[in-house]
Write a protein that binds this ligand. Sequence first.
Ligand SMILES: Cc1cc2nc3c(=O)[nH]c(=O)nc-3n(C[C@H](O)[C@H](O)[C@H](O)COP(=O)(O)OP(=O)(O)OC[C@H]3O[C@@H](n4cnc5c(N)ncnc54)[C@H](O)[C@@H]3O)c2cc1C
Length: 475
Amino acid sequence: MQVDLVSIGAGGTGLGAACAAVEAGLSAAVFEKRPKIGGNSLLGTGIFATESPVLERLNMHASSDEMFRIAMEYSHWSIDPILLRTFIDRSGETVAWLEDMGVDFYGITPLALDQLPPTWHCPRGGGPAIVDAMAAFCTDRGAEIITDAAVTEILVDDGQVEGVVVDRRNGEQLRVSSRAVVIGTGGFGGNKEMLRKWVPGYQDSMPCLGVPHDGDGIQMALGLGAGTEGLGHMQYEAPSAKGSLFLNLCIREPGALIVNGRGRRFMDEALVDNPFESANALMRQPGKYSWTIFDESQRREILRKGKNKALGPLYEDQMRKPELFDNAIRPRKGKIVVADTLDELAEGCGLDPAVLAGTVEEYNQAARAGRDPVFAKPRRFMTPLAEGPYYAIRGELGYLETMGGIRINEQMRVLTDDGSELARGLFAGGADVGGWESETYCFRLAGSSFGFAINSGRIAGEQAALDKQARAGGP
Ligand SMILES: Cc1cc2nc3c(=O)[nH]c(=O)nc-3n(C[C@H](O)[C@H](O)[C@H](O)COP(=O)(O)OP(=O)(O)OC[C@H]3O[C@@H](n4cnc5c(N)ncnc54)[C@H](O)[C@@H]3O)c2cc1C
């Protein structure tokens, strides 16, 4: 098999690259290890963009300059400004590109409390709608997408990429010639060995909330001598519970009381709307777990108002369905406790009843006084816990994926540690690479991981087309 471009992985990155390549007249093949395309991109809800046609239609504004400044300040200027700027500057136009493929962006929702300017472009049908549109776009123009086909080796000769070796599930091995290869294998969220090696504070008990990828792309790139950037950064989400989306909305209820494994508060609970930062707060707690506690009056309130409004129209309806709520918070030993009294609740959670009673007493006093003297929780989220039954959900330090690894430049070319290009024609993007995000996912640029995957893939595909033109002696 011989093609102009090979994408390793059929997620946002690999499909983005294949679409840009075929659009520029290149031939392309996408190899996907799993039986189904899409990876974590299927789970994404919205993508980041500034100055997009959707913003314009909705009479909203998110300026590229402002978002650039916010992101650089959030990271303390520890990330690559040129890479970030390139991504941000292309993001609005990439939304238009996807709209031309038939993706219907119905709105831009705040991802967390007070997330402004708005950037989280949500398509009807979520991640699958984007994945399907890109897959159709590239296959309609001749690209092949081959599933159950794992790339196991990237071939490089004399500083030039020459192709890949692919192992198919049916036992067949393919050698594919190509002068451009784009790595987009989605990180190493499922590779415990790599997690233990690279992620400080990682524990095997941490739930992976996304597709448990194996880290193939990063391992192949490092094996060839690639440099690293952001290797070990995680997209944490906490508190998290394995179970339904609904359970995770309840566990991140800003009006609840949240305590650590010793029964003490440790943060402004309203921070749960930004679960990337509340993960940092949880990381500091003994055992890295928490209990989200609310009472019967809050349960009624949640059902009446859909109190967890941060995701706007996305989930509000679901919050109001009592049967979903009751199903989600059915007692499960050590995970979800329902009890008539606080003492029984403490016992079920393995907490010291006297400590929990003291914490609740202090919290209730603060709620009645309308001022949280320690954590400065906004008054509107503080309600006393006074009426049984009481509910407690155990929260863990979960993660969606890893987000860093291979060092690249703004053309998505893989670099060595000294900043030189590793091999002509070798590109990488999405969750396999670093430099676009620091240790904590910046919620102000909501949608930036899925957005970065698509944009980085797209840019890599365009660069591969320019390389081909250059080899042929110009346009
Ligand atoms: C629950 C959840 C919700 C999320 N919501 C959002 C959101 O709303 N907005 C946002 O911006 N981000 C979101 N993210 C993150 C976002 O989905 C990812 O950052 C993004 O999709 C990563 O794209 P990718 O192309 O790097 O990887 P993926 O989309 O995961 O694709 C990688 C693909 O490579 C394949 N692969 C792996 N190894 C090989 C190999 N050796 N050969 C061939 N194929 C291989 C995998 O099977 C997979 O299909 C969410 C993540 C999760 C888990």
